[in-house]
Design a protein around this ligand. Sequence first.
Ligand code: ADP
Length: 151
Amino acid sequence: FTGKTGTELVSDKIKKLKVREYYSVPVVVNDQVSVYDAICSMFLEDVGTLFVVDKQSLLIGVLSRKDLLRASMGQQELHEIPVHIIMTRLPKIKYCEKDDLLIDASLKLIENQIDALPVIAKRESGLEVVGRLTKTNVTKAFVELVKSEEV
Ligand code: ADP
């Protein structure tokens, strides 16, 4: 008997979960695409956050639903404005890596009040986008943890 309380045991389990077990496929757009095309991608791919990449597929920005809504509210021509004008850009982007703990990535989501983190792999030339970690992924981890106890 370890002498640990129920809460400590649950906490120990949570602290072992890694981003790599729960992340999703990322949806990326090039920085030259229009706001209009980004809106279409967001709908067609059924995601809430798009990652903006350069020609070498390296991360340069993030687009949320509200970023696109805000751009749509102005009297602007959505076919003409490229997404790099309205995106949140590096170095402001919060990200995680596959080997990070899910709890650390979750803290980043909460503390920065954002819905998703790009999962990246560090390259000499920059940050390669390899995945997407969202609040939904964290919710799924939470549910799976409980289900794994049920026989
Ligand atoms: P929404 O704006 O649709 O509510 P978010 O809460 O995810 O969605 O985004 C809030 C703001 O934070 C947006 O301007 C967005 O560009 C930015 N943002 C989203 N994800 C990140 C991230 N991983 N790192 C930095 N900024 C982000």
